[in-house]
Design a protein around this ligand. Structure first.
Ligand SMILES: Nc1ncnc2c1ncn2[C@@H]1O[C@H](COP(=O)(O)O)[C@@H](OP(=O)(O)O)[C@H]1O
Ligand SMILES: [Mg+2]
Length: 328
């Protein structure tokens, strides 16, 4: 077996490749099935992307553990259109918890938005957790024709960025065009898709005194209305689907932060948090503690992502509301 475990560049590249290719497959599922039957479209997308990623990881990283949203025992009865097979199972929990390298994947984040014609806010998440940190990660935004990914810094020995959010371990981030944006869509419809790969560093808020905060379209945390009254800046809430799409919007400067409470799983945030930390952003729990992955229970109910300069404003306001912030 090749010594892939020590090849960090290969892990970044693999994460980006697999997320992008699963995204290509998902665009094909949308083209194939159309939007008339949302349930079938969602289930087929979830399962086909899951099967592709499980097979690719088994082939390319045979020694590594995998935790996928769609590999849970609770989805074992799910059927893909035209298939009688249950989804490929995750690594058994005991083995996963002891494994030094665990891929944490969400084959289709923003499943609801994937099933709505014309929506761009859905994603594929591929992350690698190595015991104490997110070592690599990629978020594909297939309908926007871009993938956000961790990379090795360029030049390779550039000093690691430090700061409150703190780039981790000399890892950098990039946004890469994939050429996948849906045919017939214009630059306006795909938003800030980039023409060529560029380094990604979380931008400062566009306007002093105002923070645009991405929130769930369907489950915006109620406490954000209260938070808006307590922070010394104006908060504009911007509904976007998919945790990956929301965190990407922070890194692309389309919003200034993402605040979520009340429920989520490790696969919803691992890959976008990996890219966010590598891009110099704060990515933490709402009490300011680090995000920790590969636990026995994958429930990870809250997250903050923002420019480090906005962290204390948001965390202080959230702490003042701690009696009403749902955290379990
Ligand atoms: N309260 C909650 N409980 C469980 N999962 C939640 C949740 N709120 C959001 N999520 C998950 O987080 C992802 C982003 O949600 P949203 O677009 O509402 O912000 C979705 O992932 P999936 O699409 O992979 O299921 C969604 O299921
Ligand atoms: Mg998800």
């Amino acid at each position: 077996m090749t010594d892939l475990g020590t090849d960090r560049t290969a892990d970044h590249e693999l994460a980006a490749e697999l997320a992008t290719e699963a995204g290509r497959l998902l665009l094909g599922v949308r083209d194939e099935l159309g939007f008339d039957d949302a349930r079938t479209l969602k289930d087929t997308g979830d399962l086909r992307a899951h099967e592709y990623l499980m097979a690719a990881l088994a082939e390319r990283r045979p020694g590594d553990a995998v935790l996928s949203e769609e590999g849970r025992a609770s989805v074992a009865g799910k059927r893909s259109a035209g298939s009688s097979a249950a989804p490929t199972a995750n690594t058994a929990a005991g083995d996963r918890l002891a494994a030094p390298r665990v891929w944490i994947i969400d084959p289709l984040d923003g499943t609801r938005e994937f099933s709505e014609e014309g929506r761009l806010d859905w994603a594929v998440h591929v992350a690698l957790w190595t015991g104490d940190r997110l070592a690599a990660g990629a978020v594909a935004l297939p309908a926007r024709g871009i993938t956000l990914t961790t990379t090795t810094p360029h030049p390779p020995n550039a000093p690691a960025h430090t700061g409150e959010g703190g780039r981790t371990g000399g890892v950098a981030a990039a946004v890469v065009p994939t050429g996948l944006a849906a045919s017939g869509w214009t630059a306006e419809t795909v938003g800030t898709a980039c023409a060529e790969a560029r380094e990604l560093a979380v931008p400062e808020p566009a306007e002093p005194g105002r923070l645009r905060i991405a929130v769930s379209r369907t489950r915006p945390p109620a406490f954000l209305e209260d938070l808006a009254k307590r922070v010394p800046v104006e908060l504009d809430l911007v509904p976007i689907g998919s945790a990956g799409a929301k965190i990407s919007a922070v890194l692309l400067g389309e919003v200034d932060g993402y605040v979520h409470a009340g429920g989520q799983y490790e696969w919803d945030s691992a890959a976008p948090a990996a890219v966010a930390l590598a891009a110099g952003a704060t990515a933490s729990r709402l009490d300011g503690s680090p995000l920790v992955y590969n636990r026995a229970d994958p429930w990870l109910p809250d997250i903050l992502v923002c420019h480090p300069g906005s962290t204390s404003t948001l965390l202080t306001g959230i702490r003042d509301l701690s009696d009403i912030v749902p955290n379990s």
